[in-house]
Design a protein. Structure first.
Length: 138
């Protein structure tokens, strides 16, 4: 589990299983690689840079892939209730359960889910080189 705050509301996310991570990495690879570049450039704290990148780059995805990623992410998150102790799912039956979660908050939640599952770091791996620098496929 990992915890984060968006718009002064406390959330808790769960780790996605390896197959969910694979599906997201496959469907969202372009976005994740751009996010890794921004993170490497030290722009991690500039959430607006990520928000713009996600918004622009998800436009290149087909609707099914985009919805899969957002639905998986939102389904993996719970929101702390007003009693300060209990948590409830952010999505219920495929619908966001809170009216105050709009596009900016949803994108920010997505960021924390991707980061919490280390999917951005996956695309930030250094390039591998073979010994001697030669192609060894021949």
């Amino acid at each position: 589990m990992f915890e984060f705050e968006v718009a002064k509301v406390h959330y808790r996310g769960r780790r996605l299983d390896a197959f969910e991570q694979l599906a997201i990495a496959t469907k969202f690879g372009v976005v994740l690689s751009r996010m890794a570049m921004l993170k490497k450039e030290g722009k991690r704290k500039e959430l607006s840079a990520f928000t713009r990148a996600i918004t622009l780059l998800t436009g290149e995805l087909n609707n099914d892939d985009r919805e899969y990623v957002f639905n998986r992410a939102m389904s993996s998150v719970q929101r702390r209730q007003q009693d300060g102790q209990s948590y409830a799912p952010v999505m219920v039956n495929g619908i966001v359960a809170y009216n105050d979660i709009d596009l900016p908050q949803m994108i920010e939640i997505l960021w924390y889910v991707l980061e919490g599952n280390k999917l951005i770091d996956f695309f930030d791996l250094p390039p591998s080189t073979s010994e001697g620098g030669e192609d060894q496929t021949s």
